[in-house]
Design a protein around this ligand. Structure first.
Ligand code: PLP
Length: 480
């Protein structure tokens, strides 16, 4: 800790020293157990008398901020409760003088990395890092590092990657795209952020699915939009319930998040008609459609849309790795320039090396190869979880549609409380995600969103068995 004493100041030197050490302790720069510099040494360093230092130290000890060690010297004491400095994080003084805007009050990150890791990780949306194609990706990254121009790049994204993406998404999903209509983003969420900013006026209404992917509805709220929750049924978004004021509709047609149904062809057509009649835009979030186990995928809204109202959003967070932070949007030509302009003003573009490497990875057929391999692995895990939900878990959980993606949503049987089940599961080392948090207006249904991406096929039956034991105990507790 740097200490600055001013011999010319009115406050005595011992008082100045006490103030600065007290502040360093309060702010956590000096932590409990840290050794205070021996008084003789500090006096020499600061060119003050030893008495000045011992006076400051004695006061810190007297007030409980430091304690003497039997072998001599002093250490910072564990913080007595209520004694945090006015400037400590969480205190009421200068460090907290600034307040976020009203719409951000009370906000905190939604997700944290579990520490320690779960013994059985059934949290959704996590691809398996052990399936990551390390050797081929390393080769693509090395080549990209060598070939990269090391200058600012194109704000729509690296042209090579955009060409590769346009071909790949056209071939694999029938999405109509060209190099000029692809915007490379740092994931799907970022694509929604950029597109919504460019499309919306402050206070505009945006419709989202209910239940739906809450990180997107929260993001739209943060952007100052009015978020209207529209129910989903077995066919996906209930188009008839859309508010006519909606300027933008956000949907997950391939694999509704969190419930898992596919939007029917009838609903797709109805949504496109609605958007045309109401002069609205549609964001189609196709976050995990690479993994489909049961039937053939339906045509994306973007491919069915003859009117240029759909923005197609894709992500590499499930199909490759969430750590690369890459996704993309296929946008109508009318939005490409403003999006590029906005992107340039924010952070210009994603890291060029990662973009170039991904372009190469796609062009060399390595992504297709990776997807063939991971599809097989996830299909096996999907079948195991679906089987457990039909079998041992069925007295406690009713599974929703399970055709695609990396998770299955399941409703808890009446009488089983979601929080209590999740907490008990956690005590048994099982990480799950609750369903209720994804409802906005519709009555929240207690349930679990169970992921099968992050857990191996070998561990899955044991995880299901452990979850069944937790549920059986909770069900018993409910009857008492
Ligand atoms: C519905 C939905 N959209 C998008 C994403 C992925 O977002 P990103 O590409 O920003 O990681 C997820 C991830 O869980 C998701 O569930």
């Amino acid at each position: 800790v740097d200490l600055f004493l001013d011999p010319g100041a009115v406050r005595p030197l011992a008082g100045q020293l006490y103030d600065q050490l007290r502040e360093a302790i309060g702010e956590g720069r000096l932590r409990p157990g840290d050794q205070l510099t021996p008084s003789r040494q500090l006096a020499a360093e600061l060119s003050v008398s030893r008495h000045t230092v011992t006076t400051a130290y004695s006061r810190l000890v007297a007030e409980g901020f430091a304690e003497g060690r039997s072998g001599g010297g002093s250490v910072v004491a564990p913080m007595p409760s209520g004694s945090q400095s006015a400037s400590a994080p969480g205190g009421a003084g200068p460090a907290n003088a600034l307040r976020p805007a009203r719409r951000f009050r009370g906000w905190a990150p939604l997700y944290a990395v579990p520490d320690p890791p779960y013994q059985f990780d059934l949290s959704p949306g996590q691809p398996d890092p052990s399936l990551f194609p390390l050797a081929s990706w390393r080769r693509c990254v090395t080549e990209a590092v060598i070939s990269e121009s090391l200058t600012y790049g194109d704000a729509l994204g690296h042209p090579g990657l955009r060409r590769a993406l346009a071909r790949w998404v056209g071939r694999s999903r029938s999405v109509r795209a060209s190099e000029d209509t692809i915007l490379v983003t740092s994931g799907a969420q970022h694509a929604v952020d950029l597109v919504a900013r460019v499309l919306l006026e402050p206070g505009d209404t945006v419709a989202v699915e209910d239940p739906g992917y809450s990180p997107v509805s929260l993001l739209l709220t943060a952007l100052g939009a009015r978020v209207a929750a529209v129910p989903v049924d077995g066919e996906g978004l209930v188009v008839g319930a859309l508010p006519s004021a909606a300027r933008l509709v956000y949907v997950t047609p391939s694999h509704q998040f969190p419930l898992g149904m596919t939007m029917s062809m009838r609903r797709r057509q109805a949504l496109l008609d609605w958007a045309q009649r109401h002069d609205a835009a549609v964001i189609e979030d196709d976050y995990d459609s690479e993994f489909r186990y049961v039937d053939r995928p339906l045509e994306p809204l973007q491919a069915l849309d003859g009117a240029g109202r759909v923005i197609y959003v894709g992500s590499f967070s499930k199909s490759f790795s969430p750590s690369v932070r890459l996704g993309f949007a296929v946008v109508p030509p009318s939005l490409a320039e403003p999006l590029a302009a906005l992107r340039q003003l924010i952070d210009w573009h994603p890291p060029a090396v990662t973009q170039t490497a991904l372009g190469r990875f796609i062009d060399d057929g390595l992504l297709d190869k990776h997807l063939r391999r991971t599809r097989r692995a996830y299909a096996e895990r999907h079948d195991l979880l679906a089987e457990a939900l039909r079998g041992p878990l069925s007295p406690y959980l009713t599974a929703g549609p399970a055709n695609a993606g990396l998770h299955i949503a399941a409703f808890l049987r009446p009488g089983l409380a979601e929080d209590a089940v999740r907490e008990s599961a956690l005590s048994s080392g099982i990480g799950t995600m609750g369903l209720q948090q994804f409802y906005r207006v519709m009555p929240p249904q207690p349930g679990l969103v169970l992921g099968f991406g992050a857990i191996s096929a070998t561990a899955l039956p044991a995880a299901a068995e452990a979850l069944k034991d937790v549920l059986a105990v909770r069900a018993g507790a409910g009857h008492c």
